[in-house]
Design a protein around this ligand. Structure first.
Ligand code: SAH
Ligand code: SF4
Ligand code: F3S
Length: 443
């Protein structure tokens, strides 16, 4: 019989919000008496936290679920649970295609996760909960972080925008900001656990609003000011800012608060006004260009990164050329470039004409290649300069070297002793690749 001693393994797909949610889930289960393991083979409960944002993300989850079928038939007590975005949007499809899944828990139901697991343990049929619930918070420092020096902290949940291609609002619900007190308490907890860099998360942090004790409304820029006073935290990052409503106050915070890192993720999505309109993004490329000028004026040297989608329905060669032109003109420090894919239930899923897959792949490839060249040129321009690097640990690719990031979030690899891990050091850049800088440290 499966007892509480049978450990729980949480597997995460998707964005940083999901990584955070997985930690909260593991924390809730640990509080309820379960042990948590990273070893899927030894686990009696496997929770898969899922993503639905693009076709590829869902395909990876389906692949993982089908691969578990055979083990589930060998181990009748094994509980396989699907949580998060795909659970929210595709509960009945998961139940139909994967009868070996015994628990489905949506994006706003995981405050009930421990009792749902208990139910799944008692009942042989599948347990499904995709209802509303409160948003549980992190009770103790996360067990697993990308690095013990860094952590993600959501400032809000959900999204009130209706970008035509995007399934996130349907899956995560309307925007809800967390209170400043709760966020500050969580960051203090992280700081006391050795964390020195935090990334504040939200689908659009620009629209963060929370009631303050003095009856005023806290804005995101105000929140940044408060977080900057927490000792131990040295670097503050945030994402994402929507270009349609980037407040001056936030640009001023980027310029004026030394702990707020000079990096902004500002998704453009397309360089064509026609396509931006179809996407319901609420800005033109001209407005984006002006915003970028203002930001670069006020925060010299700021790194700008973006998201672009290739092959949105109706995208012509001319629209695509505008996106390519925008990528070149703005000269982004980094770009996530995605192939458009229909997401069920979104407006764009019904838009025609679709761009054929091979054509999407071609445009995607051209954008990637051009961004690689721009990234290399931008990184090469840093050769000879000194950069402050927060040393995270051994380089994942080359464990003999150290890895860290500059304040503008550029990746740096350099030779140095282990004692440097966890410190911020000054590194001279000696060479560049499109995504990484090679540095030299003289102690
Ligand atoms: N709230 C954030 C992140 C949304 S999801 C924002 O507004 O930027 C991250 C990125 O995935 C989006 O910026 C978009 O570029 C991409 N994306 C979302 N839905 C997509 C789809 N159906 N096809 C391709 N890319 C998509
Ligand atoms: Fe999706 Fe747009 Fe909301 Fe971002 S702002 S999560 S792209 S709807
Ligand atoms: Fe994140 Fe994917 Fe959901 S990007 S919000 S896990 S659909």
């Amino acid at each position: 019989m499966l007892g509480k001693m049978s450990p729980i393994c949480v597997i995460t797909f998707g964005c940083q919000m999901n990584e955070y949610d997985s930690e909260v889930m593991a924390g809730l289960c640990a509080e309820a008496g379960w042990t948590i393991t990273d070893d899927e083979e030894k686990a009696g409960v496997i929770l898969i936290n899922t993503c639905s944002v693009r076709r590829h993300a869902e395909e990876r989850v389906w692949g993982r679920l089908f691969a578990l079928k055979e083990r589930a038939s060998r181990e009748p007590d094994l509980i396989i649970g699907v949580c998060g975005c795909m659970a929210q949007g595709k509960a009945s499809e998961i139940a139909r295609r994967c009868p070996h899944v015994r628990l489905i828990c949506g994006t706003r139901a995981f405050d009930r996760l421990p009792s749902l697991i208990e139910r799944a343990r008692r009942e042989r049929g599948g347990v499904i909960d995709v209802g509303e619930g409160s948003l549980p918070r992190l009770a103790s420092p996360p067990r697993k972080r990308e690095s013990w020096l860094k952590a993600f902290v959501p400032v809000m949940r959900g999204c009130n925008n209706r970008c035509a291609y995007c399934v996130v609002p349907a899956l995560r619900g309307p925007e809800v900001s967390r209170s400043g007190e709760e966020i500050i308490a969580e960051i203090r907890l992280l700081a006391s656990d050795g964390c020195r860099e935090i990334t504040l998360l939200g689908q659009n942090v620009n629209s963060y609003r929370a009631a303050r004790r003095d009856g005023m409304q806290a804005t995101f820029a105000g929140l940044l000011g408060e977080i900057a006073s927490i000792s131990g935290i040295e670097r503050i990052r945030f994402m994402t800012s929507h270009p349609k409503d980037m407040p001056d106050e936030l640009i001023a915070a980027l310029a004026g608060l030394p702990k707020v890192c000079p990096h902004l993720h500002l998704p453009l999505q397309s360089g064509s006004d026609r396509i931006l309109e179809g996407m319901k993004r609420g800005y033109t490329f001209g407005a984006y260009r002006l915003l970028v000028r203002k930001i670069r004026d006020r925060v010299p040297g700021i790194a700008l990164t973006t998201d672009l989608i290739a092959g949105f329905p109706g995208e012509t060669e001319e629209d695509f050329k505008r996106t390519l032109g925008a990528l070149e003109e703005i000269s982004f420090d980094g770009a996530f470039i995605f192939k458009y894919s229909d997401s069920e239930g979104t407006a764009a899923a019904g838009f025609i004409p679709k761009v054929p897959d091979e054509e999407i792949a071609r445009r995607h490839g051209i954008l990637l290649k051009r961004q690689g060249e721009i990234g290399l040129a931008k990184n090469s321009a840093l050769v000879g300069q000194a950069e402050e690097v927060l040393v995270e640990g051994p380089s994942p690719r080359n464990p003999g070297r150290l890895f860290g990031r500059t304040r503008a979030n550029r990746r740096v690899v350099f030779e140095g002793g282990e004692r440097l891990i966890g410190t911020a050091v000054c590194v001279t850049i000696r060479a560049a690749t499109p995504l990484t800088l090679l540095g030299e440290f003289r102690g």
